[in-house]
Design a protein around this ligand. Sequence first.
Ligand code: EPZ
Length: 468
Amino acid sequence: MYQHGCLVRSVELSSEVHEPHVCYFRKTRLIASLAIEGEVIMAKEMIVVEGGTPLIGEVKVSGAKNSALKLIAASILGGGESVIHNVPLISDITIMSKVLETLGARVSRDGHTLVIDTASVDTWETPYELVSKMRASISVLGPLVARFGEARVAMPGGCNLGARKIDMHMVGMEALGVHFETDHGYIKATTPNGLHGAYIALDFPSVGATENTMMCAVTAEGETVIENAAREPEIEDLADMLNAMGARVSGAGSPTIVVEGVPLSSLHPCEHMTVGDRIEAGTFLVGGAMMGGPVTVRGIEPGFLRMALMKLHAMGCEIDLGDDYITVFRTAALRGIDIQTLPHPGFPTDLQAQFMLLAAVAQGNSVITENVFENRFMFADEIGRMGAQVTIEDHHAFVEGVSSLQGTDVKATDLRCGAALVLAGIFAEGVTRVHKIHHIDRGYEDYVGKLSSLGAKLHREADEDIDW
Ligand code: EPZ
């Protein structure tokens, strides 16, 4: 099949191929970012950015990646056709949809709406090749155990951010009666005596551990209390969907979540609207703060970003809020800032790279402390190639503001670093080429298109065979 000036591998494309991005034929190798039958291949592309353009205007944020992925997993409990709206068009959603399909579910997409029929889910085992691509697929563990009483899920690997263990997931679910054993790189979960309510206190308010434990507790007999639970807005969104399916979850968004177990037979499919993506919104607001704006992000609950907005204001920005929008603009010079990343409602680690960029071009010095992940300063190395002055000591980054950055070749190491590097290219003098942008495609829908709508001059193009 030949289209858009390139040869698409002659394989049977799954009828649900949803977002066939551009694909390239290079020499004998086909490089495509198509979700094709059983396989998700990332494009080898780069984003080329011309520096010095303003960022002015309004963008609509997409649905939250870190909610939608778990809502898809939760649909396993509905045992029928659930409909999830405002789902972002990003590669992580494609992978999670493939995970559900390997379990036997039928997934179809209509724009930003996913229709997932899990009546036909007939296996509780997920394949390594998909789980290894995306850690979040571990989110099927809780619902599979709650529905089938067992699961066999490939152990997620580490990533650039650190070990990304799941010990807290397992401790929470063991308290509910789940027995785990590791089996050739897989985690095998069984419930020899069924699931029962329990009092659980998490060592750390882990988002994933809270989600898996909460979903597993939905059909556990009796009451479950999860203390020191994660409080992220995405946890509340997941609890809302679980309750719409007939579960009885209360306290989501607070440190104490209570789940009254219900029989599996009382659960049913539902229709749900995904909340707006607070991290995508924060990313665009940082762009507006950096260039002066005004930039408005629409489709977001401002309360999701309270701490980040406080920091923008402290750095010299003006903020205007509405029910579903935030506007940022700046007339004074950016001032340095001190930031500590913490679980919500603390400063979000997923905005750390973006704010390091702001600090790098602010007047004065800043200290950024990363408390959530053990290795999340890779952005510092890349922004340093553009002239930023950042010194890392343990989990602190000491930033000395500079007045300009120089465009050059840089590489994304994770999706937030990649998104911040593109913003850096807009600020920099000259041209910046951001490589390994498949990281960005994991969590930002049409990032180039949205930034272009704000006045940025950037485009995607095939990346040379440089092993960045
Ligand atoms: C979620 O990851 C998000 N991902 C992350 O977003 C986000 O940074 C993180 O929460 C914190 O807010 C998704 O929701 C898909 P954690 P998660 O469990 O659930 C350690 C992005 O950029 N830990 O709260 O994996 C863990 O290693 C991504 O969108 C254990 O030690 O985060 C980490 O250091 C990046 N044992 C810390 O806790 C466990 O059992 C926080 O992890 C679980 C976690």
